[in-house]
Design a protein around this ligand. Structure first.
Ligand SMILES: NC(=O)c1ccc[n+]([C@@H]2O[C@H](COP(=O)([O-])OP(=O)(O)OC[C@H]3O[C@@H](n4cnc5c(N)ncnc54)[C@H](O)[C@@H]3O)[C@@H](O)[C@H]2O)c1
Length: 336
């Protein structure tokens, strides 16, 4: 039984705590850690964690903890992951893995040196429709992959700290690192170049103070193996949480569409059709979070490579940085 401590009990941390509180075989939630007393107390009560820590250093010193799930604000990921590896804990780290590739390298090296597993939180790879699409591609059902397209639109108003895109990366980092990961996965290659354009369409009142803020972007990508890519991302779209994905091959195409929350449709005499819109990633990916946690536990138990590696995390960080550089610099950016 793998004893897990979730470090960071906010929106995403609570999802992970819930997974380990019962949804995952071979692991259990032993502890939660958060400097906010309210956050850690409610997570411990809601998900039955026997131990709580205000400081992650103390959690890492607990010899009964075998693995940590790092779900703090991104700026803390590097320090916690490097220290967790040194303490011999297996690591699951949320995306974005870190802010820079150099930080990712440190995290990967620390886990390799300590001989602990490292998995990054790209749970979309564990979403059932996405997995079917990948299997169809790997089986050659649509021929060779030609073009991979993905979009993610989030409903919520941007948080104040996001307006400084030099720190937050804006929607390219906050919304779309999942899209970048899937594009790499489906293209089967690394990115050669990106070109991104964007604008602030929904928050004109912050434009004077934050002239670089963009709430919507469109990006084209080329891959080393010749595959083409397109991503668009947006925040504060208000109509719901929208994730769609399309792969064009030489002999077919695959569409993964995720807008509706339910499968029923109401048609009325005035000629209207109503279908409930999905409005949250927590709902849309509820099964995927459990499957990614199970995959992490299985990788530890069977001593295999994790299914989303530190390299995958680093490549998504690279794309976020290239995308923002392109958008702000109005130029094509080439990967190294
Ligand atoms: N995979 C996904 O779909 C997904 C979704 C949302 C967020 N995330 C990622 O998860 C991470 C957390 O995001 P969130 O939306 O849950 O943020 P959040 O602000 O809701 O929660 C962060 C929590 O971390 C706690 N925290 C702050 N400093 C800490 C410290 N030193 N030690 C321990 N805990 C500390 C905060 O008190 C808070 O409870 C980010 O990296 C984010 O990008 C991933």
């Amino acid at each position: 039984m793998l004893n897990v401590c979730v470090i960071g009990c906010g929106r995403a941390g609570r999802i992970h705590a819930k997974s380990y509180a019962g949804g995952v075989t071979g692991a259990r939630l032993l502890a939660v850690c958060d400097p906010s007393e309210e956050a850690r107390a409610s997570a411990a009560a809601d998900f039955g964690a026997a131990r709580t820590f205000a400081d992650w250093h103390d959690a890492l010193a607990d010899p009964d903890i075998d693995a940590v799930v790092v779900v703090t604000p991104t700026g803390l990921h590097r320090d916690i992951v490097v220290a967790a590896a040194a303490a011999g804990k297996h690591v699951f780290c949320e995306k974005p893995m870190a802010s820079s590739e150099a930080e990712c390298d440190e995290m990967i090296a620390a886990c390799e040196q300590a001989g602990v597993k490292l998995q990054i939180g790209f749970m979309r790879r564990f979403e059932e429709s996405v997995q079917h699409a990948k299997e169809a591609i790997d089986a050659g059902e649509i021929g060779d992959v030609v073009l991979v397209k993905s979009l993610t639109h989030g409903p919520s108003h941007p948080k104040e700290w996001m307006y400084d895109v030099r720190k937050s990366f804006g929607p390219i980092g906050e919304v779309s690192s999942h899209d970048f990961d899937l594009l790499r996965w489906f293209a089967g290659s690394e990115v050669k170049s990106v070109y991104a354009v964007g604008g602030n369409f929904r928050s004109p009142e912050v434009a004077a103070e934050w002239p670089e803020w963009y709430d919507t972007f469109a990006m084209t990508l080329t891959f080393d193996n010749g595959v083409l890519g397109m991503v668009d991302g947006a925040q504060y779209v208000q109509y719901g949480y929208d994730f769609r994905f399309e792969v064009l091959g030489t002999r077919g195409s695959i569409l993964v569409g995720q807008q509706p929350r339910e499968t029923y449709t109401v048609a009325t005499a005035d000629g209207r059709i109503r279908r409930p819109m999905n409005n949250s990633w927590t709902y849309l990916f509820r099964e995927a979070y459990i499957r990614e946690a199970q995959a992490f536990v299985d990788a530890v138990a069977q001593n295999t490579e994790t299914r989303v590696t530190g390299h995958d995390g680093k490549m998504a960080v690279r794309l976020v940085n290239m995308g923002l550089e392109s958008l702000l610099g109005h130029s094509v950016v080439f990967g190294s």
